[in-house]
Write a protein that binds this ligand. Structure first.
Ligand code: ZN
Ligand code: ZN
Length: 383
C-alpha cells in the first residue's frame, strides 16, 4: 500500500490534459545497474544518440549495463554500442516489451510506450514514458488485487487515477513524475485482466475532487474493522472527506479481527520513551476499545499514547485495538488492517458484491466529494 504525502500541495485552475504523458521510474526500489530488454509484440526502435537507430522486432533482446557514466549495450543480433543514454521507442502502435534486471528481486515487467535509460550515479535511471490511462490497470491490480466485482475496480480506478494526478509532480525535482514503488503507487507494468481493464476504461478521466475542485487525498486501506479512521487522528492532517464512518460492510473478512502479544519489557520501554512510568498505565487495560468508537489516543499521566504510533512501533495490523495485561505479556486485540483512513477495500468489495455502484461506494467512504472529469479539476503546481 502506497504512502501518503502530507506535504502541502498547491493547486491551480489550469487543467491538465488527461492524455498527456507521464514518466515513471522503473525498478525504483532495486535500482539495477543492468537491464535486459525484450520486444514481445510489434516493433520498437533503439536510439543511442550516436550510432542512429536499430530496429527491434519481436523476440529481439538488448542487454545493457552501466559502465561509469556510459551505458554499453549489445543486441541478440550482434549489434554493440556505448552511449550516454538510450531510448526505446515504439514503431508500431501495438508495441509491447519486457524489462528485467539480472539478479533483481523485482519481477519482470511488461511495458508499453517509450523507455529511456540513462547512467545515473550508482545505477541506471530507467524511465517509462506512458499515459495515466495506460498505466492505470496495472496500478489498480497492484493496489486492489486481482479478484472482485466490476464496481469495486471502478471505485479503485477513480481513486488510483486521482492519486496519480494529485501526485503528478511528486518526483519533479528528480526529473520524472512518479516511481513504481510503494513510495508512490506500485506499478507492475501493463496487465490484461479484463475486469480491471474494463473498469479503468469505463471510468476514463474520472477523478475525485472536493467542493473547490481540488483533487482529494484519496487514501485507502485493507479493512477498517467496522469504523474508518479520521485522517486528523492518524496523520494530524484533517480533510472534510477523510472523516470516520461506521462501516457495516467489511466484518465478513478474515482481516477484520486479529490478536498480537508482545513482551511486557517491550511495552515498558515504550511507556518510558513516552515519559510514562510503567505500572501507572493500568486504567488503559479496563477500557474495551472495541465496544464503542475507535480510540485514537489514550492519556496516562498527562502523556498521550497514540494508537497509530503503537501500530507502527509494535507492527500491529491496525490502530483499532484494545490492550490487556496478561502476566509478562501485553495483548493487543484488534479489528481491521491498515491505517483505516478513507476507502475500506474489503467493505468496498462487499458493497459491489451487493450490487452497489462505484459512485455509491465512493460517496460512502469519501463523503461530500465529487466525481468529475480530470479536465475540470485543479491541478497541482509544479515545484
Ligand atoms: Zn515515488
Ligand atoms: Zn471497513
Amino acid at each position: 500500500m502506497r504512502r501518503i504525502t502530507l506535504a502541502v500541495i498547491l493547486f491551480i485552475l489550469l487543467p491538465l490534459v488527461s492524455s498527456s504523458q507521464i514518466s515513471i521510474r522503473i525498478f525504483a526500489r532495486s535500482k539495477p545497474s543492468s537491464l535486459i530488454f525484450t520486444t514481445v509484440k510489434g516493433t520498437c526502435s533503439l536510439t543511442d544518440g550516436a550510432a542512429g537507430e536499430v530496429r527491434l522486432n519481436p523476440g529481439e533482446i538488448v542487454v545493457l549495463t552501466r559502465y561509469g557514466d556510459r551505458i554499453i549495450y549489445s543486441t541478440l543480433s550482434g549489434i554493440k554500442g556505448a552511449a550516454d543514454s538510450l531510448a526505446f521507442t515504439p514503431v508500431s502502435s501495438d508495441a509491447l516489451f519486457t524489462v528485467r534486471a539480472p539478479g533483481n528481486s523485482e519481477p519482470e515487467k511488461t511495458l508499453s510506450g517509450t523507455l529511456t535509460v540513462t547512467s545515473f550515479p550508482g545505477s541506471l535511471l530507467i524511465l517509462n514514458l506512458t499515459t495515466p490511462e495506460e498505466c492505470l490497470p496495472g496500478v489498480v491490480r497492484a493496489e486492489a488485487g486481482k479478484y472482485g466485482p466490476s464496481d469495486y475496480f471502478m471505485a479503485q480506478a477513480v481513486v488510483a487515477r486521482t492519486y496519480i494526478f494529485r501526485n503528478i509532480y511528486r518526483h519533479a525535482l528528480d526529473g520524472y513524475n512518479m516511481c513504481d514503488d510503494i513510495h508512490c503507487q506500485v506499478y507492475p507494468g501493463v496487465v490484461t485482466d479484463s475486469v480491471i481493464v474494463n473498469a479503468c476504461h469505463s471510468t476514463t478521466g474520472k477523478v475525485l475532487t472536493d467542493r473547490d475542485s481540488i483533487l482529494i487525498e484519496a487514501a485507502f486501506h485493507g479493512n477498517c474493522g467496522g469504523e474508518t479512521a479520521s485522517s486528523a487522528d492518524v496523520w494530524l492532517a484533517g480533510y472534510p472527506y477523510l472523516v470516520s464512518v461506521k462501516d457495516p460492510w467489511c466484518s465478513y473478512s478474515a482481516s477484520s479481527t486479529w490478536k498480537r502479544t508482545i513482551p511486557r519489557s517491550e511495552w515498558n520501554n515504550y511507556l518510558e520513551s513516552k515519559g510514562v512510568k510503567p505500572g501507572t498505565e493500568v486504567t488503559i487495560y479496563s477500557t474495551n476499545a472495541l465496544a464503542g468508537n475507535r480510540i485514537t489516543r489514550r492519556t496516562v499521566q498527562g502523556k498521550t499514547l497514540w494508537s497509530e504510533e503503537m501500530r507502527l512501533r509494535f507492527g500491529l495490523r491496525s490502530a483499532y485495538f484494545t490492550i490487556a495485561s496478561a502476566g509478562d505479556s501485553i495483548v493487543f486485540t484488534g479489528r481491521g488492517y491498515g491505517h483505516g483512513v478513507g476507502l475500506c477495500q474489503d467493505g468496498a468489495k462487499h458493497m459491489a458484491e451487493k450490487k452497489m455502484s462505484f459512485t455509491r461506494i465512493i460517496g460512502f467512504y469519501y463523503p461530500g466529494t465529487i466525481i468529475t472529469d480530470v479536465k475540470k479539476a485543479r491541478m497541482p503546481v509544479r515545484p
